[in-house]
Design a protein around this ligand. Structure first.
Ligand SMILES: *[C@@H]1O[C@H](CO)[C@@H](O)[C@H](O)[C@H]1NC(C)=O
Ligand SMILES: [Cu+2]
Length: 162
């Protein structure tokens, strides 16, 4: 291969690597400073928070709460709206803080089943998109480190094989 061709290949590989890395998983801290609790102004806190985030399969939700004060239960939409546990999905998570990995695309609903917490607004609805989404910038610094690592690795590989 001539020099120009090599540069094209290296460039294409570097871009492909970067695109792949920027689609890496994101960690979302539910409610940020509000954490996972009974929100003072009701469920709007979680609605607003969810609207500011883009959720993707493979991402992680971090529910910050103290064990035995709250829990996390995924439910079907009907149970989310009525704050009941008639249609639960999986087991409730009773140990906090808890990490939940988003394993499937679509709508996901989480409530706290302690007392009347859900009725008071401790409920979260999110929409998770599939893995084939367009890449987006990641805020995680470890992702950036990982990106440069992969880039160096691909450069070394190219230096050897071309
Ligand atoms: C949950 O995720 C956060 C952020 O990635 C991490 O720091 C923490 O160790 C995780 N906790 C558990 C219990 O896995
Ligand atoms: Cu609660």
């Amino acid at each position: 291969m001539d020099k120009v061709m090599r540069m094209v290949v290296v460039g294409a590989l570097a871009i492909a690597t970067l695109l792949q890395v920027t689609t890496a998983q994101t960690v979302h801290v539910v409610g940020e400073d509000t954490a996972w609790t009974i929100p003072v102004s009701g469920s709007v806190v979680y609605t607003t928070w969810a609207s500011k985030n883009t959720f993707k399969v493979g991402d992680t939700l971090v529910f910050n709460f103290a064990t035995s004060r709250h829990d996390v239960q995924e439910v079907a939409k009907a149970s989310f709206e009525e704050c009941n546990t008639k249609n639960v999905i999986g087991k409730s998570i009773t140990t906090g803080p808890a990490n939940v990995t988003l394993e499937s695309p679509g709508e996901h609903y989480y409530i706290c089943t302690v007392g009347k917490h859900c009725l008071a607004g401790q409920k979260l609805a999110i929409t998770v998109s599939g893995t084939s989404n367009a890449p987006r910038p990641s805020s995680s610094s470890s992702t950036v480190v990982f990106a440069s690592f992969l880039l160096s690795l691909s450069s070394i590989a190219l230096a050897i094989f071309i």
